[in-house]
Design a protein around this ligand. Structure first.
Ligand code: TMO
Length: 319
């Protein structure tokens, strides 16, 4: 009988010491969900990992342009995919305010840029060089934009109008209402080899299913965006393309590290490669899975990879 008591006592003690490490706080960790597939999926992956460890997690859906104030004020704590091409400016500005901290860079290199299907190279000789667009803009025109060409932009933050002006191109920007519209329109144009030029990025699932290329604008330079006198247009900034070897970062509100140290360590160790991102996006955009289901499928297929993100001292029982 005494032995049984001892055993019960010990098991309570053990479970309590394990419990006491994670979760470190009852306050929910708020992870930001944006509006493109890989970001959405890895937001759910991180949520699942945290919840398996006993944390409370809330998902906050935000447009990229609205997320900075949330990260700065601590209304949200984590963003898992910050892309250089579209977000560097606001990200750096927010870092300077001192409440947002960088939690590391993913292995994946990124590029976000104007993109066209390969069949356009016959119709518009000179592509991928951007100067070809000076002559071919009419190919891309629609009723709404004629005689200018139509560029289908993403619903993210890049000032394409500024680039069009600085490079003296004859295009009008139509912003897609969401990421999905880009792929619906690409798919439609692609089937009949109709002209289209639109925003795309890498890593993305698109490169596995469609042949195409990024437009080569004048090489990116930080000064290009801040100093009008830089580059081929002395009067206007933005006379260059986006970075070709862009970074992809993770960031968190400064309280994450103090309030949820294990969650912070896991985010720090979280490392996405190009393959992981393109495969993840394909589950949603090509295979049409719901993001929550795609996250579970991805975790089943990549257990070894994500378990490496979790330090030993942070594990309780992982399902
Ligand atoms: C931020 N994004 C990857 C959609 O360009």
């Amino acid at each position: 009988m005494n032995q049984l008591k001892l055993l019960i006592f010990l098991s309570i003690l053990i479970s309590q010491t394990i419990w006491s490490k994670v979760p470190e706080s009852d306050i929910p960790i708020v992870i930001i969900k944006n509006d493109w597939s890989s970001q959405i999926m890895f937001t759910f992956v991180l949520k699942n990992i945290y919840e398996d460890l006993g944390y409370k997690v809330e998902i906050k859906e935000l447009k990229t342009k609205d997320q900075w104030i949330f990260l700065s004020k601590g209304w949200a704590h984590i963003q898992v995919e910050i892309w250089q091409g579209t977000m560097a400016e606001m990200y750096n500005k927010t870092l300077k305010e001192g409440n947002l901290v960088e939690v590391g860079t993913h292995s994946a290199k990124t590029r976000e840029e104007w993109w066209y299907p390969s069949y356009m190279e016959k119709k518009c000789p000179g592509l991928p060089d951007w100067k070809a667009l000076k002559k071919c803009h009419q190919l891309f025109s629609t009723e709404a934009t004629a005689p200018s060409g139509r560029y289908l932009g993403g619903p993210w933050e890049k000032p394409d109008e500024a680039r069009i002006r600085a490079l003296d191109l004859d295009f009008k920007v139509e912003k897609a209402k969401d990421g999905d519209q880009l792929w619906v329109e690409l798919d439609k144009a692609y089937k009949d080899e109709k002209p289209i030029i639109l925003f795309n990025w890498t890593p993305n699932w698109v490169e596995d299913r469609f042949k195409g290329k990024f437009v080569e604008f004048p090489k990116y330079n930080e000064k290009c965006e801040s100093d009008p006198s830089w580059g081929i247009n002395k009067k206007w900034a933005f006379d260059c393309g986006n970075p070709k070897d862009g970074w992809l970062k993770k960031a968190a509100h400064k309280t994450l590290k103090e309030q949820w140290p294990c969650a912070f360590k896991i985010l720090k160790n979280m490392d996405l490669s190009s393959k992981m991102i393109s495969n993840g996006a394909a589950l949603i955009d090509a295979d049409k899975m719901k993001p929550e289901e795609a996250a579970i499928k991805w975790m089943n297929l990549n257990k070894k990879k994500y378990l490496k993100w979790i330090p030993k001292e942070c594990t309780r029982q992982i399902k």
